[in-house]
Design a protein around this ligand. Structure first.
Ligand SMILES: *Cc1c(COP(=O)(O)O)cnc(C)c1O
Length: 416
């Protein structure tokens, strides 16, 4: 049986252990919600002061050039690219995941419409359990275009092969499911879409910085993702969009703002898309927030996705093992796949009073989150979570459950 001492030993041998010191985590907190809002890199405070006091305060408008503000979406995209198997000049950090998904879907529909053999395809296949904004954005786009596009929602990954057919324009999937933690086999799934003539758009919100991703080897057509989760970019930090070189000439998106123009400062009356990835941009970026994304990416560049994955699997395995051993008397149901290849970096358990139990955990300093229906979600961030954190979190969970120390009438917050 695993003991707390075993966890201490594993921490002593953990090659990533020293990276925790680069994050500012409050004392007395075990933070298991880095899958929703990553912790703050210590460097972000210094960087924010520099951007606000020096670049904005002192250098003023000169900073668009002198401090590289104008280049920032592309420079950060190149810094992020190796984490997701993207090449140079294929990624920009910009806008929100929702907005980037809109651009990606619109561009993919247009690519299909431009292809005589595919022009009649009208279906976007996705999952009912996808993160709702992804479904909403696809519904919004389909409705707005008013050309007969519809969504086909599958209820489990097993239904996917039967759902893709000659009508399918796009398969739009989230690589790691936000609720269950299920991870798709990207290469096999992309191949399935392509076999039927569909394009595949991947959402990497719960993958980027959490699990190894190789967009090129994985056969992806377009991808979007988030920087404020496992990439520790800060609350509401701009998201990213990936357009591989092979699709860039055909990539046309309707949010044709001046940052995506071939010559933004020519101030010409007609839109002409920039060559390359800049055509995925729209308008002026929130520079203060965007600048902080670099601090999280810099921590990632001190290790590798392979090392992060090895520790992530060790932490999620440990958590599952300890919960199942030490909380065996309680009605907890594992939602996350046990197979490593199908698991992201968070673990979800159902409990009939999941919301109340999670509130009790948070009150005791173990911060995870709750997702309908009855799911307690625990994110494991190898950059700053230790094996001992996992042990201590499970002990607090066990104590709460054993003593039924939770309030089943707890009032729900708007954001949980
Ligand atoms: C977190 C998340 C988002 C967030 O989208 P925003 O536009 O940043 O609010 C979108 N999709 C998925 C799959 C997510 O997990």
């Amino acid at each position: 049986m695993t003991t707390r001492n075993h966890c201490l030993e594993r921490d002593a041998q953990d090659p990533l252990a020293s990276l925790r010191d680069q994050f500012d985590l409050p004392a007395g907190v075990i933070y298991l919600d880095g899958n929703s809002l990553g912790a703050r890199p210590k460097a972000a405070l210094t960087r924010a002061q520099q951007v606000i006091a020096q670049e904005w305060g002192h250098d003023l408008i000169r900073s668009w050039n002198a401090a590289g503000w104008f280049e920032l979406p592309r420079r950060l995209g190149n810094l992020l690219a190796p984490l997701i198997g993207a090449a140079e000049d294929e990624v920009v950090v910009t806008d929100t995941t929702s907005v980037n998904l809109f651009k990606a879907l619109a561009a993919a529909l247009q690519m299909q419409a431009d292809e005589p053999a595919s022009a009649g395809r009208r279906v976007i296949v996705t999952e009912r359990s996808n993160f709702p904004t992804d479904i909403y954005m696809a519904q919004g786009l389909a409705g707005w275009l008013d050309r007969g596009y519809t969504l086909r929602l599958i209820d489990s990954p097993e239904e996917l092969p039967g759902a893709i057919d000659a009508d399918t324009a796009i398969v739009m999937l989230t690589h790691v499911n936000y609720r269950s933690g299920y991870q798709y086999d990207m290469a096999a799934t992309s191949a399935l879409a392509h076999d039927h003539g569909a394009l595949i758009v991947w959402d990497l919100a719960h993958s980027a910085g959490a699990v190894p991703v190789d967009l090129h080897a994985g056969g992806a057509d377009l991808a979007v993702g988030c920087t404020y989760k496992y990439l520790n970019g800060g609350p509401g930090a701009p998201a990213f969009i990936w357009v591989p070189k092979r699709h860039q000439p055909q990539f046309r998106q309707p949010l044709s703002g001046w940052w995506g123009h071939a010559a933004p400062f020519a101030m010409a009356p007609d839109f002409r898309p920039a060559d390359g990835i800049a055509r995925a941009l729209c308008g002026t970026q929130p520079i203060v927030s965007l600048a902080l994304v670099e601090c999280g990416l810099n921590v990632h560049h001190q290790t590798s996705m392979q090392a992060i994955r090895a520790k992530s699997l060790a932490l999620t395995d440990l958590f599952i093992e300890l919960v199942e051993q030490r909380c065996a008397a309680h009605p907890l149901g594992l939602v996350t796949p046990r197979a490593h290849a199908q698991r992201g970096s968070h673990v979800s358990f159902t409990h009939p009073h999941g919301y109340a139990v999670m509130q009790a955990l948070i009150a005791r300093g173990v911060i995870g989150d709750y997702r309908e229906p009855a799911i307690m979600r625990f994110g494991f961030t190898p950059l700053y979570t230790s094996h001992t954190d996992v042990w201590d979190a499970v002990e607090i969970l066990r104590d709460i459950l054993d003593r039924q120390d939770y309030n089943i009438d707890a009032k729900r917050d708007a954001v949980t």
